[in-house]
Design a protein around this ligand. Structure first.
Ligand SMILES: *Cc1c(COP(=O)(O)O)cnc(C)c1O
Length: 372
């Protein structure tokens, strides 16, 4: 199948990957670099895989501009696993504050209450139906909090922090923990504002089964005694993510993805800066098309609309199935919204092309015209 023939995949995760990355993985699958082994068959302690690991870590550090006092860890357990693993490592049994902006931050809050002495809600966007984010100045942060948790991009509601809050400027001397599962590597982050960030790889970076954790050296050594060793950030960091067998195939694919991301260009920009411009352009185009019509609805405050996940509903939900069938026939896949909110969702991760977004917009307009 050539690049041109592939359908456009708008799935929320596991999600679309660049055809050239998949092709490279296919070419290298049975015999990686003449080693006589597939990456899946190699010892994680052998020289071949150590090279693959080091390539992925250093590539991520370069691409995302991760400061030297952060460790980059490769774990398993996904974003949902981190909802427990983060408090096991960082709560010290104390109080945690949560900024509730949608389904994912709520899930994190509910899970953390099992490991911290208290999980508190410092701000809640529920009153607006999570169409907005309460301004940081209104957050009620506990002075004794072990950390503040937020989700930088709510994959289901489609609300995104356009920039991360500066907790120190708010008078809170508290680490910030960020679930960036669905916007990691889609734009630049101000690492100075982050204590720890985590992300499942399967939205923007590779296959499911690999979780990335970016954690400051200063936050290591705080794990509760009951924290499983395989999830103890300090132990994993001191063992270069090889305390136990890491998800080797995922790490290899992240390395290929990072190479691809570093190759991307938009005008004079390259790497993450180029992807940021491209992602913002694609999202703006799609929101403009939705806003131009009464047939489609997205109620999220334009100031906090996600660049990665664009949920929308049809004014007449009776037409949902016809919309999805017609989309699939045109090679526009996985547009069904999350079952908790219904409607549609177009995810525009890094591997989504301008052609894919243009094809979706043309379909939106055609479908509306044919229903009139
Ligand atoms: C997908 C997602 C998760 C869940 O990840 P799993 O790998 O399924 O555990 C958590 N948080 C956010 C923001 C997500 O988008």
């Amino acid at each position: 199948m050539t690049t041109q023939q592939r359908p456009f995949n708008f799935g929320p995760g596991p999600a679309t990957l660049p055809a050239e990355v998949l092709q490279q993985a296919a070419d290298e699958l049975p015999n990686w670099h003449g080693s006589g082994m597939s990456v899946m068959e190699m010892s994680h302690r052998g020289p071949e895989f150590i090279a693959i690991y080091e390539h992925a870590v250093s590539g991520l550090r370069t691409l995302l501009d991760v400061p030297p006092d952060f460790h980059i860890l490769f774990l398993q357990g996904g974003g949902i696993g981190e909802n427990a693993i983060a408090p096991l490592n960082l709560s010290q049994g104390g109080v945690l504050d949560f900024i509730l902006t949608g389904s994912w931050s709520r899930k994190s809050y509910e899970e953390a209450g099992r490991y911290a002495s208290a999980a508190r809600i410092a701000a809640n966007g529920k009153a607006s139906g999570h169409t907005g984010i309460p301004p940081a100045a209104s957050w009620n942060i506990s002075p004794d909090a072990a950390y503040v948790h937020l989700c930088s991009n709510e994959t289901i509601q489609g609300v995104q922090f356009q920039e991360l809050p500066d907790l120190a400027a708010l008078g809170a001397d508290v680490p910030l923990v960020v679930d960036c599962s669905s916007d990691i590597a889609s734009r630049r982050f101000d690492w100075r504002r982050i204590g720890m960030a985590f992300a499942g790889a399967q939205k923007n970076l590779g296959p499911a089964g690999l979780t990335l954790v970016f954690v400051r050296e200063a936050l290591l050594g705080r794990a509760l005694p009951i924290c499983p060793s395989a999830f103890n950030y300090e132990l994993v960091a001191r063992n270069q993510s090889m305390y136990n067998t890491p998800p080797t195939w995922g790490i290899y694919l992240v390395g290929l993805m990072v190479d691809w991301m570093l190759r991307q260009r938009e005008g004079d920009l390259s790497g993450l800066a180029a992807l940021e411009v491209r992602n913002q352009r694609q999202a703006a185009k799609l929101y403009a098309a939705l806003d131009a019509s009464d047939f489609y609805i997205n109620r999220v405050d334009p100031a906090v609309r996600s660049w990665m996940n664009v949920p929308f509903t049809l004014a007449d939900a009776q037409r949902d199935e016809a919309f999805l069938d017609g989309a699939a026939r045109r090679g526009l896949l996985q547009l069904r919204g999350h079952n908790s909110v219904g409607g549609m969702r177009a995810s525009l991760y890094n591997a989504m092309t301008d052609e894919g977004v243009d094809a979706l917009i043309a379909y939106l307009q055609d479908f509306e015209r044919r229903q009139a």
